[in-house]
Design a protein around this ligand. Structure first.
Ligand code: ATP
Ligand code: MG
Length: 210
């Protein structure tokens, strides 16, 4: 396992991008494990704007996804949440996320965290060559997906994390059919989903309608 050495005077900042529709314990365990192994000072969770890979699919209101991410991470002193992607117009590309974060946090070395399913897609992203220069990439294991480094990539590490067979897709389906999501997502997120009737078509309300 390649762990880049600490650079003097630099903050080690993990970046966990995702749709977080909803955020679940698979995301949180991955971020926590990478933070521990790579000696990160902070992990910033970055909910996407409209994700280009999910164009045409129904994704919950960005404010709901942002607030669930805040609720889920609030108790961890090293976890923070950024609005850079949801406040930027248009579809979210990781190259823009990393450019914005490195501009906002010039003191930081970035460690971009992705699950095995996403690691396999990186070569199809916009600006791949520049990506490797903006961050060190950490691919983590995810049940049901093979973890391999993209061909021709530099600055990539692959890490085994505790296996959490949880996906947001499955959480949404469970809520829709009336099955519990307790212990799959943090308690506050279960309560948030119920409060706003998320993932149950008829009951859905927006934060801005209050
Ligand atoms: P969806 O089913 O809607 O795609 P998801 O569970 O895949 O949701 P995302 O928000 O798409 O969650 O994922 C954000 C990031 O977290 C991705 O890099 C993904 O690979 C990673 N990730 C998600 N779930 C897990 C998990 N259970 N274990 C490890 N990594 C995960
Ligand atoms: Mg996904």
């Amino acid at each position: 396992l390649h762990i880049p050495p600490r650079q003097p005077g630099k903050t080690r900042l993990g970046v966990m991008g995702g749709t977080f529709d909803p955020i679940h314990h698979g995301h949180l365990v991955a971020a926590s494990e990478v933070a521990s192994v790579f000696d990160l000072d902070e992990v910033v969770f970055v909910p996407t704007g409209q994700p280009w890979q999910k164009a045409g699919k129904q994704v919950s209101d960005a404010e709901h996804r942002y607030l669930m991410t805040v609720v889920a991470t609030a108790s961890n002193p090293r976890f923070t949440v950024s609005r850079v992607d949801i406040d930027r117009e248009g579809p979210t590309y990781t190259i823009d996320t990393l450019r914005d974060l490195s501009r906002l946090r010039p003191d930081a070395e970035l460690f971009f965290i992705t699950g095995a399913d996403v690691m396999g897609e990186i070569l199809t992203w916009k600006g791949t060559d520049e990506l490797w220069g903006l961050a060190h990439f950490v691919g983590v294991t995810r049940p049901g997906h093979e973890l391999t480094a993209p061909v021709g990539s530099s600055s990539v590490s692959l890490l085994n994390v505790p296996a959490m067979a949880i996906s947001s897709t499955d959480c949404r389906a469970r809520v829709e059919e009336g099955s519990p999501v307790w212990y799959l997502v943090p308690d506050g997120v279960v309560q948030y989903i119920n409060k706003y009737g998320l993932y149950v078509q008829e009951k859905h309300t927006s934060t801005t309608s209050l």
